[in-house]
Design a protein around this ligand. Structure first.
Ligand SMILES: Nc1nc2c(ncn2[C@@H]2O[C@H](COP(=O)(O)OP(=O)(O)OP(=O)(O)O)[C@@H](O)[C@H]2O)c(=O)[nH]1
Ligand SMILES: [Mg+2]
Length: 395
């Protein structure tokens, strides 16, 4: 089943701990500090993949953890960086944070966004040596990786989108003009999920056209499939309104759908439209929409059954909805590589590992926060924790 929404939890990897180590050499009783740094924790990121069509993989899997950075070792050995997790998502995926703010919009194939940055590696004791402190008996613990919930929302990017009442012939039209093969049948709601097709012009140009499931009167109140799929019209530069000309007054059918678009909002009510009067073969009198509206840029009469009028419509599409490459990119302001930066959560304190346990430097938090940070750093019951002048025991 097509899936255009998902909620995921991202937990970037923790940085590895710095090592607490001293050089051991024959005949040298006390070598200098040689503890290496920990590796960086792995990021969790999204990558827009043009081969993916929806977000259904996130129904099975929601938690994504970056790899933990390796610990530093003796002899200055640096820990390995944690494994990075790259999640492929379809082009057109938008990312919202837990407060509902849009943080990333992946509109180009290959665009990337880091949702959680891995924690920094802790420094080994070697780095704390100074002329007055030649044997630092502590090393830094790795920093925590960023962690947050995100909502993913796919909004298809199409040059044109087909909209209309059920059974109007939207899928028949897409089959006629594109490489897509959506199901066509003589009953309403045959199409239950959006389908994308590619239309080729003889000169090599291409357009993507979306077939969006049928709308009916009252969809805004949840009747039929409701407004569930209208989000996929939001980013189509042109709406193609398909009307079954054999099913009664075309102008009245137009108004029914138009009302639903207005109820949905998001700019659909002002979008340019092409009207396609379909099933020409079933109508004896000449076809006309019988309606003037400044949003309607063209009206075509076609028959998906006989093919009449289809070549003209198809050709005109390229002029009415020029491919993005030919026109100014709408969303060129969006970077192809984004780092999502949550409100800085920089810790006002650091955790150092000592021979007997841990030392807290900086502004130590109270109670649970400190306890959680220490536990995450590997503290166990009985470990010594130095906070300022005090020496406590970890419970
Ligand atoms: N005679 C005739 N029948 C047509 C024409 N176009 C489509 N049909 C028929 O109309 C019925 C509905 O066509 P679909 O393409 O499935 O319509 P749709 O708008 O995609 O319908 P939903 O997916 O249910 O919203 C099918 O039985 C088609 O064969 C046409 O030009 N002439
Ligand atoms: Mg259909």
């Amino acid at each position: 089943m097509f899936s255009d929404r998902a909620r995921i939890h991202v937990q970037a990897g923790r940085g590895g701990d710095g090592a607490l180590s001293f050089r051991r050499e024959k005949y040298v009783p006390k070598g200098g500090p040689d503890g290496g740094d920990g590796g960086r924790g792995g990021d969790v990121m999204l990558v827009a993949d043009p081969d993916l069509r929806d977000l259904s993989r996130f129904r099975r899997e929601r938690l994504f953890k970056g790899g933990r950075g390796g610990h530093g070792g003796g002899s200055g050995k640096h820990g390995a960086d944690g494994e990075r997790v790259e999640l492929p998502v379809p082009v057109g995926t938008q990312v919202y944070d837990a407060d509902g703010n849009l943080v990333v919009d992946l509109v180009h194939a290959g665009a990337q966004a880091v949702l959680g940055r891995g924690g920094s590696g802790g420094r080994g004791n070697r780095r704390f040596a100074t002329p007055t402190r030649q044997t630092p008996r502590f090393a830094e613990v790795g920093g925590p990786g960023e962690e947050a919930d995100f909502d993913l929302r796919l909004k298809l990017l199409a040059d044109a989108a087909l909209v209309g009442l059920p059974n109007a012939g939207k899928s028949s039209l897409l089959t006629r003009i594109s490489n897509a093969k959506p199901k066509v049948a003589d009953y309403p709601f045959t199409t239950l999920e959006p389908v994308l097709g590619t239309v080729d012009a003889p000169d090599g140009r291409q357009l993507t056209v979306a077939d969006v499931p049928g709308l009916i009167e009252g969809a805004s109140e949840g009747v039929g499939l409701g407004h569930e799929f209208l989000a996929h019209l939001e980013r189509a530069r042109l709406l193609v309104h398909v009307i079954d000309a054999a099913a009664g007054d075309p102008a009245e059918q137009f108004r029914t759908i138009d009302h639903e678009l207005a109820e949905y909002g998001a700019g659909l009510e002002t979008r340019r439209q092409v009207v396609v009067l379909n099933k020409l073969d079933l109508v004896s009198s000449p076809l006309s929409l019988g309606l003037a509206d400044e949003r309607i840029v063209a009206v075509f009469a076609v028959s998906c059954a006989t093919g009449e009028g289809i070549p003209e419509f198809r050709r005109a599409l390229f002029d009415l909805a020029p491919p993005l490459a030919d026109s100014a990119p709408v969303e060129s302001a969006l970077a192809d590589f984004l780092v999502y930066r949550p409100a800085p959560r920089a810790r006002p304190f650091k955790i150092l590992r000592t021979d007997r346990g841990f030392r807290i430097v900086g502004r130590a938090p109270g109670g649970e926060e400190l306890e959680d940070a220490l536990r995450a750093a590997g503290a166990k019951t009985g470990d010594e924790v130095e906070v300022g002048e005090d020496v406590l025991e970890f419970q």
